[in-house]
Design a protein around this ligand. Structure first.
Ligand code: 13P
Length: 279
């Protein structure tokens, strides 16, 4: 199979009424574990990395690894820059062969978010790549820094945003937040339904870690076509490494395999939910 754009994957997901899992990666074990799960379930996925992760996983090193994993995979894979913070990073990701990018303008006033996103859409089109943008504010934070208050996406603004930017995917804020939820989230399905009724653009759910399978599937029934999972995979790797370090006869190779296996299990579990399998 091949590296494909986000648009291609989300068009197919819309037809099948499923969501594509977007799995954050930070090292080779995470890439290999995610791809193994996708191949075993014969399901396309998105491999992504957020700009805040680049100090520990430099884009010029991990980016080519993600692209190679996608190109060599038995399933279609989109390679996506998640929460880009700078135009230059978006450009670097596109130069490395990423098939989708996001420059997060969600904290800007809507007109500035639109203008920034239009520039990214124009740039990405030169590479044949897709664009995701966010409107409203998803809570928590993606990798340290300030915690954001949730501001649900306004459905009317979503129509204007999608029409004026021509993006391929819209990340919505419906009570979701990045990181581990301190209390179980109460997702605003009323807001999601209103956005989905108003907007033709495929919708994205960030902050997937800690959302119940039932809530994931209700989101998918209401237009979510890309679902992001980061913290659950990072925690799985960390916990696997901790357990390994206390085990007898541990060596680097067993540690590497344990980290890959932990991500594989987490990704596999989520793909089944996103494929609308009965839980
Ligand atoms: P979690 O870390 O909560 O899974 O969120 C992932 C995400 O939305 C990445 O952008």
């Amino acid at each position: 199979m091949a590296i494909v754009t986000l648009k291609e994957l989300l068009t197919s997901a819309s037809e099948k009424k499923v969501s594509v899992g977007a799995f954050s990666v930070g090292n080779m074990e995470m890439v290999l574990g995610a791809v193994r799960a996708a191949e075993e379930l014969n399901t396309p996925i998105i491999l992504q990395i957020a700009e805040v992760r680049l100090p520990t996983s430099p884009l010029d090193i991990i980016g080519p690894m993600m692209v190679a994993a996608a190109e060599n995979s038995e399933v279609d894979i989109c390679v996506h820059l998640d929460h880009g913070l700078n135009y230059e990073t978006v450009e670097q990701a596109l130069d490395l062969g990423f098939s989708s990018v996001m420059l997060d303008g969600s904290l800007l006033p809507i007109e500035e978010n639109i203008e920034l996103t239009q520039e990214v859409v124009e740039l990405a089109s030169e590479y044949g790549a897709s664009v995701e943008a966010e409107l409203g504010v998803v809570g928590g934070n993606e990798g340290g820094g300030k915690t954001h208050e949730i501001q649900c996406t306004d459905p009317l603004s979503a129509i204007k945003f999608c029409l004026e930017t021509n993006i391929d995917a819209l990340a919505v804020a419906i009570g979701n937040a990045h990181g581990n939820y301190p209390v179980a989230p109460k997702l605003r399905f009323d807001v999601l339904k209103a956005i989905n009724a108003a907007c033709k653009t495929p919708l994205v759910l960030h902050g997937g870690t800690g959302i119940t399978p039932e809530d994931f599937q209700e989101c998918i029934r209401n237009g979510i076509r890309k679902t992001n999972i980061a913290t659950a995979s990072f925690d799985a790797v960390t916990n696997a490494a901790k357990a390994m370090c206390n085990a007898d006869g541990v060596n680097y190779f067993k540690l590497s395999q344990a980290m890959q296996d932990a991500v594989y299990e987490n990704v596999k579990k989520h793909i089944k939910i996103f494929n609308m399998e009965t839980i």
